[in-house]
Design a protein around this ligand. Sequence first.
Ligand code: ATP
Length: 590
Amino acid sequence: MTTRPVHEYLPVADWRRTVRALLRHLGRHRGRLALVIVAMTASGAFGLVTPRLLGSIVDLVAHGGDVSDVVARGGVMVAAAIGCAACAGVGIAAAATVFEAVLAELREDMIDTVLRLPVARVEAAGTGDVLSRATDDVDKVSEAIGKALPSMLMAQAGVVVTVIGLAAIDWRFLLVAVATAPLYAVTARMYIRRAPAVYAAERTAAADRAHHVLGPIQGVSTVRAFDLGGPLSVRIDGHSWAVVRRSMRATVLQARLTGRLNLGEFIGMTVILLVGFVLVGDGSVTVGATTAAMLFFLALFDPIGQVMYVLDDLQSGAAALGRIVGVLDMPRAGDSSDDVETDDGTGLVARGVDFGYTPEHPILHDVSVSVGPGEHVALVGMSGAGKSTLATVLAGIHPAGSGTVTLGGVAIQDIPGTDRARRIALLTQEVHVFSGSLREDLQLAAPDASDERLWAALKKAGAHDRVRHLKQGLDTVVGENGEQVDAMVAQQLALARIDLLDPDVVIVDEATADAGSVGAGVLEESADAILAGRSALIIAHRLSQAAAADRIVHLSRGRVVEEGPHADLVASGGRYSEIWAAWTKGREEA
Ligand SMILES: Nc1ncnc2c1ncn2[C@@H]1O[C@H](COP(=O)(O)OP(=O)(O)OP(=O)(O)O)[C@@H](O)[C@H]1O
C-alpha cells in the first residue's frame, strides 16, 4: 500500500535557500547588475554635491567672498543635479531590466517545474496550492521586485554615500547619525511586525465587501422577488464599515511610522546642530561645514522613509519567493535518471500491484496485467472496481504501493517523466483543446511534424473533413479565444495527437463515452483506426469494445477475477459470460 498522506502542501524554502536562488538568478545578469550599483552610487554621490557646495557658499558669504565664486558653485550644483538625475535614471532603467528578466526566469522555471511535477504529488498538494504559487506568489514577487527592490537599492546607495560624506566633514557628525540608527531599527521592527497583518485584514475586508456587493447584483431578480433589498443593504453597510475600520487602522499605522521617522529626524537634527555649535566654537569645523552636515543628515531621511514604506512589500515578496523556490527545488518527475532505453519486446507489465489513494482505503489488490506489443487488452468491471485507478498506476501517474510496473523491462518510475509520458499515452474523457491554432495544438505531440503528417493524423482520427471545411484550416485558432470545438472534435484531436505522439502503449480510459450515441459510434471508428497496430489497454464500458480486443481482464473490487480472450471467457461460463449474455440480451431487446 502507498502511505502517501492525503494532503501534503508543496515545500517552502527557508531564507538561506531563497537568498541562494535569488543570487543564482541575479548572477546571470552580473554585468547589468554592476551597472545598476555603479549608476545608483554615482547618483548618490552627485546628490552630495549640492549640500556640500551650499555649505561652502555659507562660508563664502560669511567671509565676504566673491559673487562670481557663488555663481560658479551654483553652476556646479546645476550640473551635479543633472548628473544625479541622469545616473538615477540609468540605474532605475537597468534595475528594471535585470529584475524583470529575473522575474520572467522565475515565472518560466515555476511553470516548467509545475508541469513536470509528478501528478500524484500535485494531487496531494491540491491544485489550489500549485495555482496560488504560480499566480499570486509570482505577482507578489513581481510587486516587490518592481517597486520595492529599486527603492531599496537606491536608498542603500544614498545612505552609504551620505554616511561617507558625513564622515568626510567630521567623524563626530557621523557619530550622531549612527546614534540615531537604533531608533530606526525599532521603528522598522514595529512596522514589519504589524504591517502585514493590518494590510492583509484591510484587503480581506475589502474582498468581503466586494463579495457581499456582487452577490445581490448577480441575484438581483431574487432580491426583487423576495424584497431583500433592505436587509441586504444593512449587511453591505456592516461590511463597508468593517473596511473603514481596517483602513483607519492602516492609516494610524502609517501615521505612527511617519511620526517616529519625524521624531528621529528631529532628535538627529537637534544633536547635529548642538555638535556643530560646539565644533564651530572650538574651531574644528566652519559654519558652512556644519550646514553641509545638517543637509546631509536631512538627505538621509528620504531614502530611509522610502525603505520603511516598502518593507512590508519586501517582506511579503520574500515569503512568496520562498514558496516559489520551494517548488523550483523539488525533484521533477524523471529528473533522477537519464534517458532510459527500453526493450519494446516485453510491453507494459504490472506484477502484484497494490494501491490506495489513502492508506486506509486500498483500491487495487495484487493486480497483474500485461499488454504485449501490438496487443489490445480490454479492462472490464463494475463501476468503482478500480479500472481508472489501475490505468493511472500503469501510466505511472500514481506510484504502485507495492508490486512493479515495467515498460520494456524497465520500472516505469525509472523512466524520465517526459519520456514516460511520450511512451505511455493516457487518453481520458477529460480531453483539452489548447488555446492557439490547430497546428500548434497538434504539434504539441510532434513539434516537427509537417502539414502533410498533421493532415494524415486528422484523417486517421476522422476529423479531416471537419477541419478542411474551416476557413483557415490548420491555422484556425481554437480554444478559449477562438473557434469552439465540440466534444467529438476535441476527442478526435486528442486521438490525432496520439497518432502523432506514436507512443509504445496507449491506455484508453473511456475516451468515447462522452459524445452521445451517434458520436460514440464515429469515435469508436476513429479510435480503432488510431489504435490499429498499437499496444493498447482499453477500459471498456461497452462490451462490444471488449469483444473486439485480443484479451480481456476482468477487474472486480480491485482484483483480477478473470482473464482471457472473449470467446474463452464466454465459453467458461464465468461472471464475464453472464455479463456478456445480459448485455447482448439488452441490445437485442433495444
Ligand atoms: N482521486 C481519488 N481519490 C480517492 N479515491 C478515489 C479517487 N479516484 C477514485 N477513487 C476511488 O477508488 C475506487 C475505484 O474508482 P475507479 O474510478 O478507479 O473505478 P472505475 O472502475 O474506473 O469506476 P468507473 O467505471 O465508475 O469509472 C472508488 O471507490 C473511487 O471512489
